[in-house]
Design a protein around this ligand. Sequence first.
Ligand SMILES: Nc1ncnc2c1ncn2[C@@H]1O[C@H](COP(=O)(O)OP(=O)(O)O)[C@@H](O)[C@H]1O
Ligand SMILES: [Mg+2]
Length: 285
Amino acid sequence: MGKIIAIANQKGGVGKTTTAINLTSCLAEVGKKILLVDIDPQGNATSGVGVDKNQLENTSYELFIGNCTLEDCIVESQVSNLWVLPSNVNLSGAEIDLIGVDDREYILKNEIDSIRDEYDFIIIDCPPSLNILTVNAMTTADSVLVPIQCEYYALEGLSQLIHTINLVQERLNPELDIEGVVFTMYDARTNLSLEVVENVKANLRQTVYKTIIPRNIRLAEAPSYGLPINLYDSKSIGAESYRLLAQEVIYNEMGKEFDVNSFDLSQFDKKKPQKKKGLLKRKKK
Ligand SMILES: Nc1ncnc2c1ncn2[C@@H]1O[C@H](COP(=O)(O)OP(=O)(O)O)[C@@H](O)[C@H]1O
Ligand SMILES: [Mg+2]
């Protein structure tokens, strides 16, 4: 059965979408079959894997309001093994549309449950808010992965997020786990990044991922080409770190201890990243 991970943090700009794009692409690269679910109206995860968010007939919005089926809205991405349930600005109206709808916390879960066996991992990119969309993601997911940016205010808002996760556990999804926190935009040249990591580790009881994502300009450039980092610059430190994170996620899933230092990255050098040829194929109506 596929594992469902929601990437959540109500703070914007902490690396949720960057992690969603590149973690899914690196999981797909090692042969896992992946569905990336975009429920952020910004649609940056959608465009980040090469899907034109403005040319979509059906998106997660239509799914939420019951105007389409999963089959209608899931599309192929530019990456082999990676499919997308896309999103665009339409979704910003969902909060209002869903007022008064019965079981509105379970809409996504009811849909995704029917296809979870078809994928090895389903990764949900959440909006920067603890709204009904994020609650839907947490109700659907097996676990929540929390990106934390290595900056001074890293811990701000984290207790609110953990409180929300606890409420969802109590009331909507008793199976929900905290997958762990992953540090992003680590800058080895500053003491601040190191202090943030130490501080969070000392103050947080949650699992902390051994893989730390460094600040890497290539990670910021890749989305404008509609490519994940492993296709945009396969040898960059950003690509290597997201490959490590993908391996760590796989190890966690298998219950195996992950040693970030002994992991052999050279295996990736032999592998040619798989980019699809030609234009994106979309389902014909
Ligand atoms: N490791 C990184 N190195 C450099 N830039 C990054 C990194 N992670 C994210 N960014 C950039 O920071 C900004 C916010 O990241 P994003 O993933 O969109 O955050 P969120 O989804 O949490 O709002 C984006 O411009 C992104 O390209
Ligand atoms: Mg985002």
